[in-house]
Design a protein around this ligand. Structure first.
Ligand code: NCD
Length: 306
């Protein structure tokens, strides 16, 4: 057994750099005609998704396949979860195949940590409720490093529904660890109390958005809202939508996807030359290959993780 990747807190700057350096070599594999290396031949990776996913699930699947692992992908819809099987029973059932890794996405905080207690496999958190999404943060840092070389001294604004965002939490931690300053911005109802404890500044207007080098936009996460947090989406868009009028020359635009076009981001902004959204998706495969490799083939950066 090696370790798990449950939270960005498990990785110091050297650990993050190690994964990203490895990802760079896997990004090179993606440029070849045969995009496969034998690193995980004969080993099994289980992807277990209890929540909607396009990018994260497809890139984990592709990452494991490009490393030559045998891959089993289970979604709660259409599985025995619908028949009432618990997460614990499902994990123990799939663990009977002796997987090397289990990638888990679930709608509640702490799910990945729990799974780690029920299996001998390495567990990778692919999003646990509002808590964390560490591989998203790693792929975002990777994308910025590829474009800018380093995050040292960068000003990054994270704009939108911070309250319901596991991406915001993981990214604040990772961006800061890599030397960037982070400001979160959104309506007061969508900024969690005590977010400054993570070491970021906060704003409730876009007045000083010009100070940002990178504008990282978050989706309005309606599926996690049990009440109205903004008067209307129209009003939200008027005050907080990132569009070409609000972006200044030289700023980079990021979004983890999926985007609500015309709500948190205008269609024109998504498609503009400053947008790294397509690059982020591309980075997802190389970074997830690197995480699987570091955990399963064994490297100190992630082995240190309890
Ligand atoms: C994010 C997620 O699931 O937390 N998406 C993703 O993994 N690419 C962000 C979101 O759903 O808004």
């Amino acid at each position: 057994m090696t370790g798990h990747l449950l939270s960005i807190e498990d990785l110091d700057r050297a650990g993050i750099e190690r994964v990203l350096d490895r990802a760079r070599s896997f990004a090179e594999v993606a440029g070849r005609e045969i995009k496969k290396v034998p690193a995980l031949k004969g080993r099994t990776v289980v992807n277990l998704f209890y929540e909607a996913s396009t990018r994260t699930s497809s890139s984990f699947e592709l990452a494991a396949k490009r490393l030559s692992a045998d891959v089993v992908s289970v979604r709660s819809v259409g599985s025995s979860v619908e028949k009432g099987e618990s997460l614990k029973d499902t994990v123990q059932t799939l663990s009977a195949y002796d997987p090397a890794a289990i990638v888990i996405r679930a709608p509640f905080a702490g799910a990945a940590q729990q799974v780690a207690g029920w299996t001998d496999a390495c567990v990778i958190n692919a999003g646990d409720g509002k808590h964390e999404h560490p591989t998203q943060a790693l792929l975002d840092v990777f994308t910025l490093r590829q474009r800018l070389g380093s995050l040292d001294g960068l000003e990054i604004w994270i704009v939108g529904d911070v309250l319901h965002s596991r991406v915001a939490r993981s990214n604040i931690l990772a961006f800061r660890r890599m030397g960037a300053s982070v400001t979160v911005c959104g309506p007061p109802t969508l900024i969690p109390r005590q977010i400054e404890a993570l070491g970021c500044a906060q704003r409730t207007t876009l007045d000083r958005l010009g100070e940002a080098d990178v504008v990282y936009v978050l989706r309005m996460q309606h599926e996690r809202m049990r009440e109205a947090y903004v008067p209307s989406l129209r009003e939200y868009a008027q005050r907080y939508q990132i569009n070409l009028e609000r972006l200044r020359e030289g700023q980079l635009l990021m979004h983890p996807g999926p985007v609500n076009r015309g709500v948190e981001c205008s269609g024109a902004a998504i498609d503009c030359a400053a947008s790294l959204i397509g690059e982020q998706v591309k980075s997802g495969v190389a970074v997830r290959m690197a995480v699987l490799y570091e955990l399963l083939v064994g490297a100190p950066a992630l082995q240190a993780v309890a």
